[in-house]
Ligand binder design. Structure first.
Ligand SMILES: *[C@@H]1O[C@H](CO)[C@@H](O)[C@H](O)[C@H]1NC(C)=O
Ligand SMILES: *[C@@H]1O[C@H](CO)[C@@H](O)[C@H](O)[C@H]1NC(C)=O
Ligand SMILES: *[C@@H]1O[C@H](CO)[C@@H](O)[C@H](O)[C@H]1NC(C)=O
Ligand SMILES: *[C@@H]1O[C@H](CO)[C@@H](O)[C@H](O)[C@H]1NC(C)=O
Length: 424
């Protein structure tokens, strides 16, 4: 009984509600229930714009692209010839305009219109965003060459929506010198001006275009800085005894890469049993080494290292001179000067060479024997001498002349002057 009463009440409420709706529909004009949202879509994707209309009755909904002044749809019919537009209706209040594979020209205001008298309408905006794209034809090509101390401008142009920002950085992470030698890791702008470019600025530069729409894109531009060869000779005078091996060296810088070689008495030296040549390259730098083995009288003189590229030629000169072989066994092995005293017992194979006082040269105590033997490959002429019971002077018992080491000591201590040679 109670149940029935409730049921009746529900039906009554329902009838009243429906009647209200019908009366509203009969009496009220169409109206928009909500605004059209602004829609943002990436180029090539699909988009839909909803138009929600109440009390449409027998009126019709039309969609218009204002920017093109084009009627797209009326009711359920597509009017536009552009096949990417279509319309759907959910059989209630919502009329959806669909745009498939959105193009840039689809950007703009869209109007939803109802043909009342006077007509009613509302508009929404379709934003089409475009990821950045670098325009190759308006940007610097991927490799450029410039002479040292000249100016060069690198350009990158990109399109996209919103307008992309361009940033520059060096691929190796080094700083970029811009405007009055200011150094920055990242430079922003379409154009990167490198003024009075130096060889240290050679390398790969990246321009990166971003506008918050992924993906960002970049272009790699290799900047080659060209200059004629330069040579730096660490030791211009090298003394070595006959019978030993000696290595002399030159440092060169050049770009484009240079052809480098050694010359002795106007003859180019090729690797043989007599000569060892070695060149270690590191970008525009090279370290040239020449080893002359088993020095003979005819080997002393002027050696030249020569470096040539398309922009020029430079040479460095090294004079190799003979110094007496310090060991004339067995006499010289007996050393009794005071200076020996302090040296005895020290495990130090390197000593400054002093031509006035040869007795100060290399001292090796007997306990160093094995160390010495394991050292330089050069082992001929090595003598170990055990003197008779040392007198009170407490002098060194064993002397050994390690010729290559002497040469090395001379290279690094006696002639420490260095010169930078250039052709200009
Ligand atoms: C859509 O964007 C326009 C400006 O571009 C603004 O005036 C309008 O209020 C926005 N509409 C909505 C629903 O956000
Ligand atoms: C390079 O740029 C600097 C600074 O802008 C200018 O002073 C100089 O004249 C330019 N050099 C050349 C060769 O254009
Ligand atoms: C770069 O150099 C060009 C000329 O080569 C000049 O027009 C431009 O203003 C310079 N840009 C900057 C940021 O200095
Ligand atoms: C060896 O002698 C050199 C030159 O006198 C000196 O510079 C170096 O420190 C010494 N080394 C040792 C281990 O005593």
């Amino acid at each position: 009984m109670i149940k029935r009463k409730q049921h009746n009440r529900c039906v009554t409420i329902g009838i009243i509600y429906i009647a209200t709706i019908i009366s509203q529909a009969m009496t009220d004009d169409p109206r928009f229930a909500e605004p059209i949202p602004n829609v943002t879509v990436a180029l090539g994707r699909d988009a839909s714009l909803p138009c929600v209309v109440e009390n449409l009755g027998t009126y019709k909904v039309a969609w218009i692209h204002i920017d093109r002044q084009m009627i797209l749809t009326i009711h359920r019919h597509v009017i536009s010839r552009v096949p990417r537009f279509s319309v759907s209706h959910d059989n209630a209040k919502t009329w959806l305009l669909h745009v498939s594979s959105v193009q840039k020209e689809d950007r703009g205001y869209y109007m939803c219109q109802v043909n009342t008298n006077p007509m009613i309408s509302q508009v929404g905006y379709l934003q089409v965003v475009v990821p950045p794209n670098i325009i190759d034809t308006e940007s610097t090509q991927s490799t450029v060459a410039v002479r040292e101390n000249q100016n060069i401008s690198l350009t990158c142009k990109a399109d996209g929506f919103p307008t992309p920002k361009i940033m520059w950085r060096r691929e190796d992470g080094q700083a970029i010198s811009v405007e009055k030698r200011k150094k920055v890791n990242v430079y922003e702008g379409d154009q990167l001006n490198l003024t009075r470019i130096s060889r240290t600025e050679m390398g790969a530069y990246l321009c990166i275009a971003t506008n918050s729409i992924p993906p960002s894109v970049s272009k790699r531009i290799i900047v080659d800085v060209e200059f004629s060869p330069m040579i730096w000779v660490p030791n211009q005078l090298v003394g070595a005894p006959a019978g030993t091996d000696v290595t002399i060296d030159c440092h060169t810088e050049a770009y484009p890469r240079a052809i480098s070689y050694w010359v002795y008495e106007n003859v180019m030296l090729l690797p043989t049993k007599k000569y060892g040549t070695e060149t270690m390259e590191n970008s525009y730098r090279a370290h040239m080494k020449l080893t002359v083995r088993n020095l003979q009288v005819g080997d002393f003189g002027n050696y030249r290292c020569i470096s040539k590229n398309s922009l020029g030629e430079t040479e460095g000169s090294i004079r190799l001179y003979e110094i007496p072989m310090p060991s004339t066994p067995p006499r010289a092995t007996e050393m009794k000067s005071n200076s020996n005293k302090e040296n005895s017992g020290k495990r130090n194979h390197s000593r400054h060479f002093n031509q006035e006082d040869q007795t100060k040269v290399v001292m090796v105590s007997s306990s160093d024997r094995d160390t010495v033997k394991a050292g330089p490959a050069y082992d001929s002429g090595v003598e170990f001498y055990t003197p008779p019971t040392p007198p009170n002077s407490g002098c060194v018992s064993i002397v050994r002349w390690a010729a290559p080491q002497i040469a090395a000591v001379i290279l690094h201590s006696v002639f420490s002057d260095t010169l930078f040679l250039t052709q200009n």
